[in-house]
Write a protein that binds this ligand. Structure first.
Ligand code: NAP
Length: 215
């Protein structure tokens, strides 16, 4: 598949870049925000495009054009305010869905957040506004014609991945390495059992492939 990765300069994004760079099954176009980031990727042999989720749907569609799939692993992060949470994590995400449809990329893999589908699980959370945004971005994705997969990882950590995960509609809260999130996202691209599905993701006992097949 030709894959357009939104958030390619992020912590999960960089790990997905590494996996796709070595992949025999996929080719990557990395979407980043700055000339400097694009140059760094190009210098290591990657295709890169500059686009911003705060730009227009048409601009994002231009970045996606020619791709079969979009992976969304962007996020405004905890250091910016609620305005950016709305503009990037919600409106930016939804614009990228519209752009994928406009550009004819049918497959869409979203990196969401643990239990984003379940309001009860974050009703007293200090990051409730972020969870609301992830919840509605996911809900809107499910109303599109895109062939989506929504991956809802637990707390992200930077330890080495184990390649062992748990994936299910509902899991107990825990953590997962960004490397294992990246592996799961890449494996989901072609695992048909994840098509039009959403699931919580945590470190666990199964290989990524087994976990996705047994969802
Ligand atoms: P990260 O390192 O903060 O990466 C986010 C990326 O999004 C960055 O590369 C950033 O670009 C990019 N971005 C921000 N605003 C953008 C815009 N307007 N247009 C285009 N790109 C933009 O995040 P991460 O740790 O990899 O997390 C990936 C995803 O997992 C996020 O969606 C996050 O919400 C979600 N998540 C996080 C946790 C957690 O425990 N932290 C748990 C569950 C899910 P720059 O590099 O230019 O800044």
């Amino acid at each position: 598949m030709k894959v357009l990765l939104i958030g390619a300069n992020g912590q999960v994004g960089k790990r997905i870049v590494r996996l796709l760079k070595d992949s025999n099954d996929h080719t990557l176009r990395a979407m980043v925000r700055s000339e400097e980031q694009a140059e760094a990727l190009k210098n290591s042999g990657m295709e890169a495009v500059i686009s911003n989720l705060e730009g227009s749907v048409e601009e994002i569609a231009e970045a996606i054009k020619g791709s079969d799939a979009v992976i969304f692993t962007a996020g405004s992060g905890s250091k910016t305010g609620p305005d950016k949470t709305l503009l990037v994590d919600l409106d930016g995400a939804v614009k990228s869905m519209e752009a994928a449809e406009m550009a004819g990329a049918k497959r869409y893999v979203m990196v969401s957040a643990f239990q984003a589908h379940n309001r009860d699980s974050w009703k007293d959370s200090p990051i409730k506004p972020y969870m609301v945004v992830k919840h509605y971005a996911d809900r809107i994705l499910m109303t599109t014609d895109l062939n989506y997969t929504i991956v809802r990882p637990g707390g992200l950590i930077n330890e080495n991945g184990t390649g062992r995960v748990a994936a299910a509609e509902n899991l107990d809260r825990g953590t997962i390495s960004r490397e294992d999130v990246a592996r799961t996202v890449v494996a989901s691209l072609t695992e048909e059992n994840t098509y039009k599905r959403s699931f919580d993701l945590m470190s666990g006992d199964s290989t990524v492939e087994e976990a996705l097949k047994n969802l």
